[in-house]
Design a protein around this ligand. Sequence first.
Ligand code: DAK
Length: 257
Amino acid sequence: MAYEHILVFREGAVGRVQLNRPQALNALNAALMAELVAAFREFEQDPGIGCLLLHGSDRAFGAGADIKEMAEMGAIDMYTRDHISLWDEVARVKKPIVAAVSGYCLGGALELAMLCDIIVASETAKFGQPEINIGVLPGAGGTQRLTRAVGKSLAMEMVLTGRMLTAQESLAAGLVSRVVPVEAYLSEAQKLAAEIASKSPLALRLAKEAVLQSFETPLSAGLAYERRLFALAFASEDQKEGMQAFAEKRQPQWKGR
Ligand code: DAK
């Protein structure tokens, strides 16, 4: 499939998508979101891909939803248009997704990065929910996911003032997993994605599902959920292979079943 607003790369077992609307700092218009979801869907169905990687340019991961596209919309448009299901679809991807963020990561772009599983930031990354400055509030999960990621007080400050966090602040707050010089953030994220992709695809799927479940349930229900997925892993060939390979001091050969 030919894409206009994204670039798509297959690098070994990593499926890489680059947001590519530089003239608008990768503002997420509906066409870009549809392309992104199509590319993710393709990688999700490809058994040769173990991990996805999403990034923008050094200047901007993304400046948020496309304000010029949204400006004239009404409430019913916002509530009903298919755009919303595109965001939900990113949330439903079962393979791990690493986001490599440099420069601006604002509004809907931060919400998109938070739908990914791990965020690697460059030293120049700036994270914000500036919707308050254009008379609205975050609409694609920011008030919920940011609060869970950085806590109430900092999330409130960001959402109520639009202040951007520096990369170091975002690391201290737990929004990102590491901060890397701008020259190296992408290669570091590629290495991380390749390492994840080298693991058992089935174990990755179960592990991602279990961690995400922690946002949905109280602790006791989450622990019970984890226990069931852990037991399920013992029905797989990958569990037998992984444990045998350990005992035989060799690399495991994963089958994904
Ligand atoms: N939309 C459209 N165009 C944008 C844009 C955006 N979000 N951000 C930047 N651009 C465009 C600029 O208009 C400019 O275009 P030209 O004038 O050259 O044609 C070009 O990109 C370069 O931007 P600047 O000239 O402004 O560059 P600066 O370096 O001076 O400033 C900036 C960079 C990132 C600080 C500034 O551009 C800025 O403040 N941008 C807006 C950031 C923002 O407010 N983002 C939040 C948007 S609201 C939902 C899904 C998603 C959402 C909501 C609901 N559902 C599923 C329900 C999300 C909402 C949002 O994200």
